[in-house]
Design a protein around this ligand. Structure first.
Ligand SMILES: [Ca+2]
Ligand SMILES: [Ca+2]
Length: 270
């Protein structure tokens, strides 16, 4: 909206006139229009910046032409451990933009998704031109060893003295389980008492009672087989912890375990 109203206006000679735009910026969803200034004729200054023309006295035919700029919304979002900047800005039509991803320590930029058409990625940045509104998502992923152990988890336990791969392959607490295996079973790689293992197998009238200990944050599968040497035999799951977190100590009484040879193991899955 403008004052006076857009179009032709008839005013008396000598009128003190104030011209302005009253509704800049005009926001329409993810597009907005910003008044930058004006171009004048007659008693209006030749040009100026902003939404108001300095007051002038009308002595002749005069004109004001307002200059507008189209801007599009650029929205970025982080998925995972990191930040993206800027997160919400208006960028002028056809102007370039750059989004920078800042991963947390022990994380990296995994990629970008969303309105990435005609964009370039370079390291931790994505850039392009605003040919329309864009919503872009930056994805972060943890740094992993070859066996899938997160470096942040090793660092949390202070396992940073040698290279990540070597640390994951060490059994620092001497419980017989390597660090990468303790990650899989959600046990503490610096606590010898925190380890995934079968604690006891006890015959009972209703079957064999198997007790085991381990972590709390992964699914646990109690598996059984009757013959370790017979390739035709295979591990069969007889119990699964389906609700997390699991207790640190678990038990299951296997009714099929009586009056026969059985072997048991506990497998975990993240
Ligand atoms: Ca260990
Ligand atoms: Ca341990």
């Amino acid at each position: 909206m403008t004052r006076p109203a857009a179009g032709a206006n008839v005013l008396s000679y000598g009128t003190n006139v104030q011209c302005s735009v009253t509704n800049s910026p005009i926001v329409n969803g993810t597009t907005q229009y910003v008044c930058l200034g004006w171009v004048g004729a007659g008693d209006v200054p030749l040009s100026g910046v902003g939404t108001s023309v300095p007051p002038f006295v009308l002595t002749q035919d005069s004109a004001v032409s307002w200059t507008w700029r189209t801007e599009y919304r650029l929205t970025s979002q982080a998925e995972g451990a990191g930040e993206v900047n800027p997160d919400k800005v208006w960028v002028a039509e056809c102007e370039p933009f750059v989004i920078t991803a800042l991963p947390q320590t022990y994380y990296h930029v995994q990629g970008w998704s969303g309105d990435t058409n005609n964009c370039l990625t370079d390291g931790n940045t994505i850039s392009g031109a605003m040919d329309g509104a864009r919503g872009i998502v930056g994805w972060f992923a943890p740094d992993l060893t070859l066996k899938g152990t997160p470096c942040w988890w090793l660092a949390r336990h202070g396992l940073t003295n040698v290279a990540w791969e070597a640390e994951a392959d060490l059994d620092r607490d001497g419980d017989g389980v390597k660090a990468w295996e303790e990650w899989v079973s959600d046990t503490d790689p610096t606590n010898v008492l925190s380890v995934l293992k079968v604690l006891s197998i006890t015959p009972e009238t209703s079957g064999l009672r198997v007790v085991w200990g381990g972590g709390t944050g992964v699914l646990q599968y109690l598996e059984r087989r009757t013959n370790l040497l017979d390739g035709a035999d295979s591990w069969q799951s007889v119990f699964t912890n389906t609700v997390l977190p699991t207790p640190r100590t678990n038990s299951f009484t296997d009714p099929a375990g009586t009056n026969s040879v059985q072997f048991y193991r506990v497998r975990t899955h993240r």
